[in-house]
Design a protein around this ligand. Structure first.
Ligand code: SF4
Length: 91
């Protein structure tokens, strides 16, 4: 089963003004690289200029980044408030 297709059926309610995960200004490159491999939603990325990119919009709230690298690159990690965040769908 293709993981991208499975993830694509989930629905996300994004709290635009209040991201539930925030990166530090200059994240440790070694730690960031770990998350480019470990995040199951591939939200930790690097562009062609080497800039680190992160968008919490597709977060699965698995906690992997918090457990693996929390204090070294994350300014904030919380669950989305209220009814925001991922709604898992199976199909
Ligand atoms: Fe990725 Fe999981 Fe961290 Fe969300 S909680 S950004 S899905 S590793």
């Amino acid at each position: 089963v293709n993981v991208d297709i499975k993830l694509g059926v989930n629905k996300f309610y994004v709290d635009e003004g209040n991201p539930h995960i925030v990166l530090m200004v200059n994240p440790d490159p070694v730690e960031f690289n770990k998350l480019m491999l470990a995040c199951p939603a591939w939200l930790y990325k690097q562009d062609d200029q080497g800039q680190y990119l992160f968008d919490s919009a597709g977060c699965l709230e698995c906690g992997t980044c918090r457990v693996l690298c929390g204090d070294t690159i994350l300014e904030k990690w919380t669950f989305p408030v209220g009814t925001q965040g991922v709604e898992f769908r199976y199909g």
